[in-house]
Design a binder for this molecule. Sequence first.
Ligand SMILES: Nc1ncnc2c1ncn2[C@@H]1O[C@H](COP(=O)(O)OP(=O)(O)OP(=O)(O)O)[C@@H](O)[C@H]1O
Length: 120
Amino acid sequence: MNRFLKSFLYAFRGILCALSSENNCRVQLAVAVVAVGMSWWLRLGPLEWALVVLCIALVIGMEMVNSAIEKACDRITREKDDYVRYVKDMAAGAVLWVSIGTAVVGAIIFIPKIVKLINL
Ligand SMILES: Nc1ncnc2c1ncn2[C@@H]1O[C@H](COP(=O)(O)OP(=O)(O)OP(=O)(O)O)[C@@H](O)[C@H]1O
């Protein structure tokens, strides 16, 4: 099998592994399904759809990186370690950072449409 295809299969296996065994990834996938359902229901425009899809990809992707970092840290040591705490906190902070951005984008896109729908 050619090298590129092999790398793609390993990466795909990583996605399946994260979505099937990482609790946070599964929760975010469920939230993503709700967001896609709402986007369909509220008939978003192409640019709004693009933003929703981009935010979903960013949050789940960042959570996968966070989980990978946590696993690598846990393999290095399970003892209390200031450097591990620093690395894990920063990785978790990256997820929070992207999630806050996503919440803002979601509010800008969805709130006016929901308000309009309620006022009808
Ligand atoms: N070995 C360690 N040494 C010092 N602090 C740690 C260590 N492991 C975890 N921590 C602290 O605990 C926090 C949570 O770490 P943990 O690995 O349990 O992540 P989590 O978000 O609870 O992961 P998950 O829910 O996926 O198991 C870290 O952000 C860090 O502040």
